[in-house]
Write a protein that binds this ligand. Sequence first.
Ligand code: PBG
Length: 330
Amino acid sequence: MNDFFRGRRLRSTPAMRALVRETSLRPQDLIMPYFVAESDDKKFRKPIGSMPGQFQLSLNELDKQVAKAVDNGLAACLLFGIPAAKDPVGSGAYAENGIVQQAIRMLKKRHGDKLLVIADTCLCEYTSHGHCGLLGQGNRAGQVLNDPSLELIARAALAQAQAGADIVAPSDMMDGRVAAIREALDANEFENLPIMSYAVKYASCFYGPFREAAESAPQSGDRKSYQMDPANAREALREAGADVLEQADILIVKPAGPYLDIIRQTRETFDVPIAAYQVSGEYSMIKAAGQNGWLNEDAAVLESLIGIKRAGSDMIISYFAEDLLARKLL
Ligand code: PBG
């Protein structure tokens, strides 16, 4: 008789492994990001070089693409806008007819309750300087101002709510923005509209490809005065705790793969739903390795996502979502 652990007993066949599998990925766990561009060309569909398979889309193209995805089982999407013009105060973010507001109206009209439309709330795609808040003048030149930005961010969230967004997702990392948004929403009869806060967002190089996709790279400096230092974990819990107090309904940890410990700690510390964002750079790395034949792409995608779920996230924002559903890989 052997007295060692026979872990292999429960790994003998696919059915046995399925029976004891602890974590699963379901279609409804996935949120697909889209980039919608304000364009006169109805057929506008511009490949994003650093993110093979992803595009900037006109409203019309977005409409077609999302319709297919919903047919394939997509339950939620996250919208980013690329406005025709930018200015220092990011007007496009809160204009009634801003590009994301148009996209929300279009998608909600077509899909109703079949598709959750989540709006990324931020100024960086709309500001000429590319920062997520207002830039200071005079003796505050070069600084990204916190409190004056809050009003604009809250206006953007309200415009998205008025257009019909199901959830608003502030990603700017200004202090106090969840409270500011909650107040603006509540004052306008949107007290039941959830806020999905990018509570724990690191100043990450893995957003590089996204900045090409959204044309939102800061024109000067970087985002380190508002996004978090990748070396910090305890601070993540302070950020998350602050947002929970301000009534965030869902917390996002971002990026996902290099921050699995943060997902786990956030999961164990708070009882709100946790989302993880597998960001553009995580997507691009797997794509590039797959295209070079260095990795089995499908297997790498599924393993990266199951790892993010296992770490404790309830849902995952991933650029792979649409393709996984289309090819029935879940
Ligand atoms: C906007 C925003 C960014 C991402 C989501 N919202 C970029 C940034 O903060 O620079 C990154 C998403 C990705 O890399 O996929 N603030």
